[in-house]
Design a protein around this ligand. Structure first.
Ligand SMILES: NC(=O)c1ccc[n+]([C@@H]2O[C@H](COP(=O)([O-])OP(=O)(O)OC[C@H]3O[C@@H](n4cnc5c(N)ncnc54)[C@H](OP(=O)(O)O)[C@@H]3O)[C@@H](O)[C@H]2O)c1
Length: 338
């Protein structure tokens, strides 16, 4: 996933060493929630924090930030930072009402998204989404238009990774889509194509195509088994989403478990260490792949990068030993939480 090394200040090479070891790391930064932050300067500072801590892969989509994420990421990932890998997607786009609502999301920031989260919890998220986003379209004409528009917004003439965005369960690729994607790669317009979606849908597409996908991006957390043999490279997301709170409440009600696993993992799971353990588990599970993180807080990005750098520096025997303990920890959490 790394780009070429260079000598321009701010660029990375395999030999660069930051405070935590080699600068390049296996984390990617997800931009889905970037526009929860109020100001452009704040968002750019967050992206810079990720980059300065060795993150060189960024995930976006035409629908993120109600259509504003690609443009902002493109402006950030230019000049000396032009060596980062960008993944964008197609198949899901913003409806006219969503575009009209775009200017509201930054000024109102977290309050709007918190309100949407509440609405989601109340079960009307589908109606809100239907108003803000167009129905999914995975046809070749839509894919071609989306690729052109993404290139314009990102300010690039080539997309590093172009992924099919979240096909709903049961929806399989139109017959001519894989061929068109292969051609886009052969022409150099796209570096690699992939599929990005929920674990089970990604697996279904992998089986349907009956050949390894170039890139498979799927949701993975402590409850899911790793996917193998279905792609040349893997990107995972969602290892914290919903699961952190679930395990937190489990460990809070079972101090015996918390103490036992803190001892075995040699890290305190009582506080922020739990998120570190879940990240280390995901890095161990997604061997050699990219793990997406997302946070609006710089200190959490720095902390995640520290975990990733520490993981990268482990000797193979130590990495295997810890992976076994982390797998046992995940199994214990799964069994205890039912
Ligand atoms: N179909 C797809 O391909 C697809 C689907 C979903 C997501 N994604 C990508 O994957 C990225 C990550 O998605 P996600 O679902 O994992 O995350 P997410 O829902 O975008 O956000 C991560 C959440 O975890 C919190 N968090 C982060 N670090 C934490 C820590 N150390 N302790 C406690 N809370 C922490 C963040 O809160 P704070 O901001 O307060 O830190 C945030 O609410 C997205 O941004 C998007 O780019 C792709």
């Amino acid at each position: 996933m790394r780009s070429d090394a260079g000598t321009v200040p701010g660029q990375r090479s395999e030999d660069d060493h930051g405070p935590h070891g080699p600068m390049a790391c296996r984390l990617g930064f997800g931009c889905a929630s970037l526009f929860r932050l109020r100001g452009r300067r704040e968002r750019l500072r967050l992206l810079a924090c990720a980059y300065d801590n060795g993150i060189e892969h960024f995930d976006t989509a035409p629908m993120y930030g109600l259509g504003a994420s690609e443009r902002e990421l493109g402006a950030f990932a230019s000049g000396p930072r032009g060596n980062v890998t960008l993944l964008t997607k197609f198949g899901r786009s913003v409806a006219p009402l969503g575009r009209a609502a775009r200017p509201l999301q930054a000024p109102l920031g977290r309050r709007v998204t918190a309100a949407l989260d509440t609405i989601a919890r109340e079960g009307v998220v589908r109606r809100v989404n239907a108003a803000l986003y167009r129905p999914p379209d995975y046809g070749v004409a839509a894919a071609r238009g989306s690729l052109e528009a993404s290139c314009r917004r990102l300010g690039r003439d080539r997309i590093d990774i172009l992924a099919v965005h979240d096909p709903p369960p049961g929806v399989l690729p139109p017959d001519d889509l894989p061929g068109w994607l292969d051609e886009a790669c052969a022409s150099g317009r796209v570096g690699a194509w992939g599929l990005a979606g929920h674990h089970s849908t990604a697996v279904a597409w992998g089986h349907h195509l009956d050949r390894p996908l170039p890139v498979l991006q799927y949701q993975s957390d402590y409850r899911s088994a790793p996917v193998a043999g279905m792609a040349d490279s893997y990107i995972t997301y969602g290892f914290l989403r919903g699961q952190l709170a679930r395990i937190r409440s489990l460990l809070d009600t079972r101090p015996d478990l918390c103490e036992h696993w803190s001892g075995r993992l040699q890290m305190s799971l009582a506080g922020d260490g739990l998120a570190d353990a879940l990240l280390e588990h995901e890095l161990a599970k997604n061997v050699g792949g990219v793990v997406l993180i997302a946070s609006s807080r710089e200190q959490r990005i720095v902390r995640a990068a520290t975990v990733a750098h520490r993981h990268a520096q482990q000797r193979p025997a130590e990495r295997i030993r810890r992976a076994a303990i982390l797998t046992d920890f995940a199994t214990a959490c799964r069994l205890a939480s039912g």
